[in-house]
Ligand binder design. Sequence first.
Ligand SMILES: NC(=O)NCCC(=O)O
Length: 371
Amino acid sequence: MESKDDEIVAENGKTEIPKDGSVCGFDSLHRLLQSSLSPQLFQEVSRLLLGLNCGRALDTIAIPEPAKSLSSKHDFDLQAFSFRAEKESLREPRIVRVGLIQNSIALPTTAPLLDQKRGIFQKLTPIIEAAGSSGVNILCLQEAWMMPFAFCTREKKWDEKHGEVIWNTAVIIGNHGNIIGKHRKNHIPRVGDFNESTYYMEGNTGHPVFETAFGKIAVNICYGRHHPLNWLAFGLNGAEIVFNPSATVGELSEPMWPIEARNAAIANSYFVCSINRVGTEIFPNPFTSGDGKPQHADFGHFYGSSYISSPDSSCTPSLSRHKDGLLISDMDLNLCRQLKDKWGFRMTARYEIYADLLARYLKPVSTPSHF
Ligand SMILES: NC(=O)NCCC(=O)O
């Protein structure tokens, strides 16, 4: 449901941010534009904002009735698109259907941990069923999807089983329930309230790419999206789709969100699937983060807005800024090779120069003996 009831500009001239996390009463910027502009203007604005895929706007996919009714019954955003590739003479299209789920937590952070986990499982069940009934081949959830993003308070309340080295790990599960592999988050943030380095260490799994029945996939966990060489490494290892399960808040990163993943998709000729959690999570004990802000108990608004970027620079509209959601997309993986051939970024790269620079940059500088 869309409403325009929220005031956008207050009497003092300052922009008011709606407290429900909507974009002035709309689910997303795209929906705001759609409702505010004439169809012709909206089409032109969408072309400029989202780009074109093989010269045309993305097609939407007809969503099966069972998925539609789950979305209206459980009030989650549901959108579906399709990225095409040019027809090739030697290869058949390689179309894979991907689903991304964004969600808020189900219970207050003060509820017993197991109840919280159960609550999230319960709210995710219909969304996962909608993905299944839509024929999704690969489904990705957000970072730390089964818990509040509690890595702000620096408190540690767990038993001795968790006392040793911990990593933030994404597990890749095959379509027979088998574990295909895992990836441990490479870059751990120390920014704003993201005090994650208190909890877990930098990953040691490198940049694995998993060869699945549906394509070569990799996972770049959240803050890793700010590191272009991290994206590059997944590309050099052969990824065709890189998932970026995230947890980030509006005040910190929202202007960066539509840019970084899209740029990575372009620069590395692969698809990027960006997922962010939804909602405001409030913790029992106020905390500070050494950034001069007064102590506070909430993490700010996790702004959802999950979306998919393609190697040809087109992207889907994003999911809701404040509601749970499922984004489905078909993608013809032949597009990765086609864009490599067109732009030749891999061929024209000067890796030897960068390798040399990095080797020199990493050499220890000699320090005076009195240090
Ligand atoms: N979860 C996480 O790494 N968040 C860091 C903040 C950001 O990268 O926007």
